[in-house]
Design a binder for this molecule. Structure first.
Ligand SMILES: NC(=O)c1ccc[n+]([C@@H]2O[C@H](COP(=O)([O-])OP(=O)(O)OC[C@H]3O[C@@H](n4cnc5c(N)ncnc54)[C@H](O)[C@@H]3O)[C@@H](O)[C@H]2O)c1
Length: 254
């Protein structure tokens, strides 16, 4: 069997690093992409960075990719979060799609978030889905200025879910399963710095996202699901938002 070749964004830390490690351990060739510490360096909040990603991965892959794992994301109350999580993720998937077309069993997956069903702002999600990046960035800044900066991140992920549900149909027509994995709270350094290390914030988040299987969850559990969605074994599932959240989505939407 031919060695599968994967591109993983956000591969320098957390969920992306764990997924890249698992894929590499399974014998695949992994092209690690990130804004730092990676094979392909690219800032996915900018058009130039997105171009660098595509040219860098094209060169490193030799022209064929078997899977794209789009993990890079930010959770800041900033328009950069919308630029990376929504527009940067779509640019990753669409930019690398021609390389997937050269594979026999191509797959793609993006990382969403449980928070999309908890705390999103409908207006910002809609602004993203107009596909006007500057207008969406302006809408994100307006939310921050109005004191609702915490809604920017979930909104970027809600918009991503909706985009993906629609896009998956055209991708399926081209024979490429396209899915999302939506983690609950998992134990990465970024999650620790953002809220896990502060007992008060940790308790607030744990109450808003009840995870009967454990809070926070293990990074490797999310990574192994991501790895499976881009494996050849996933030949029949597409357009799905897979909640890897210890039971939070089932609790919140019984
Ligand atoms: N940790 C959690 O609890 C959790 C929960 C739900 C969803 N997620 C999502 O999982 C993904 C990974 O999160 P994580 O917790 O592993 O965080 P992380 O900060 O460890 O990883 C994010 C990676 O993205 C990279 N990145 C940041 N800005 C970038 C840019 N402009 N261009 C390219 N790469 C950039 C970072 O360098 C980093 O390596 C994110 O999309 C996040 O929204 C995380």
């Amino acid at each position: 069997m031919e060695t599968r070749i994967y591109a993983v964004t956000g591969a320098a830390s957390g969920i992306g690093a764990a997924t890249a490690d698992q894929l590499a351990a399974s014998g695949a060739k992994v092209i690690r992409c990130d804004v730092r510490d990676a094979d392909v360096l690219a800032d996915l909040t900018t058009p130039e960075g997105r171009d660098s990603l595509v040219s860098g991965v094209a060169a490193a892959s030799g022209g064929r990719l078997d899977g794209v794992v789009a993990v890079a994301g930010l959770a800041l109350p900033s328009d950069l979060t919308v630029r990376l999580n929504f527009f940067g993720t779509i640019a990753t998937l669409e930019g690398l799609r021609p390389l997937l077309a050269a594979a026999e069993q191509p797959r793609a997956v993006a990382v969403s978030s449980l928070s999309a069903i908890v705390a999103a702002d409908e207006g910002l999600a809609r602004a993203c889905l107009t596909m006007d990046e500057d207008a969406a960035a302006t809408a994100a800044r307006a939310l921050v200025e109005a004191g609702h900066g915490r809604a920017v991140y979930p909104s970027s992920k809600l918009a991503l879910n909706r985009w993906l549900r629609r896009a998956a149909l055209s991708w399926a027509g081209a024979g490429i399963p396209l899915n999302a994995v939506a983690p609950g709270v998992v134990d990465t350094l970024t999650a620790r710095a953002a809220f896990l290390d502060d007992p008060r914030t940790r308790a607030l988040v744990a109450a808003a996202m009840p995870q009967p299987l454990g809070f926070p969850g293990p990074v490797d559990a999310v990574a192994s699901l991501l790895a499976w969605t881009v494996s050849a074994a996933n030949s029949f599932m597409t357009g799905q938002i897979l909640y890897a959240d210890g039971g939070a989505e089932a609790t919140l939407r019984p």
